[in-house]
Ligand binder design. Structure first.
Ligand code: ADP
Ligand code: MG
Length: 224
């Protein structure tokens, strides 16, 4: 499966999502390619750190490359069959690389920050999906709230917009604001590897992981 983490917004959690999913899938025994298509290079920086930390145990556990622009499409199309799964961090801009990623993807994952400012960007996301879908009819798109607030109305504000956005499957279960995501990343680890264990963070990312890699589940959501 080729999974793209993206959106038209910084700080929503795209890199966190891409790196956690890549590590979790690799830990489950799959051969993973992590593609950094964002000029911020955060997924690559994470991997460099991870390779240092896990060097005695054979390194990061997945292969990582940087690709930009049209190469995101051509190189991923060429390399995908050599891996079980490809996870792409497409960054938060509507650029050639982001569009190229959507042309080869099976699944587009869009983390959304609570509140209306970020939700309003879903209009542009829907346009991107619509354009990509004319060339890529296998593309499915999933949106969920990341860094959800513990209380208040901002989660629901974003959720309402997401539910109404054409072409998006909205996951009702959010991922909360949990320090373990930031702390694990700064140690080159996925949240499932971080100690002390944050069981809520682990449960939330595991639920998302299952939704992402369960194609039957995705089809069922679409046909609801
Ligand atoms: N669920 C979460 N809880 C707490 N912090 C988070 C969560 N998701 C992401 N973060 C933190 O928020 C910041 C932005 O996340 P990042 O994945 O880099 O976003 P993006 O790649 O979309 O710009 C990072 O410092 C990251 O550690
Ligand atoms: Mg990022």
């Amino acid at each position: 499966m080729i999974v793209v983490c993206g959106g038209i917004k910084g700080g929503g959690g795209k890199t966190t999502l891409a790196t956690n999913l890549a590590v979790m899938r690799a830990l489950a025994g799959h051969d993973i390619l992590l593609v950094d298509a964002d000029e911020q290079d955060s997924a690559s920086d994470f991997t460099v750190l991870r390779n240092q930390i896990f060097e005695p145990n054979g390194g990061a556990g997945y292969t990582a490359i940087k690709l930009r622009g049209q190469a995101v499409r051509s190189e991923v199309a060429r390399m995908a069959s050599k891996y079980d799964d490809v996870v792409i961090d497409a960054g938060g801009r509507d650029n050639t690389g982001h569009r190229a990623a959507l042309l080869v993807a099976n699944l587009y994952l869009v983390p959304l920050f609570p509140g209306s400012f970020d939700a309003w960007t879903l209009d542009s996301v829907a346009k991107l999906i619509d354009e990509a879908s004319t060339f890529n009819d296998q593309l499915k798109s999933i949106c969920f709230i990341n860094r959800a607030d513990a209380q208040g109305g901002d989660n629901e504000e974003a959720a309402q917009v997401a539910r109404e956005t054409e072409g998006l499957i909205f996951l009702e279960q959010p991922i909360g604001t949990r320090k373990a995501f930031r702390r694990s990343a700064s140690e080159g680890k996925a949240v499932v590897e971080y100690r002390p264990k944050d069981t809520k963070a682990i449960d939330e990312i595991t639920r998302l992981y299952r939704s992402v890699f369960d194609e039957k589940w995705i089809l069922a959501q679409e046909n609801r």
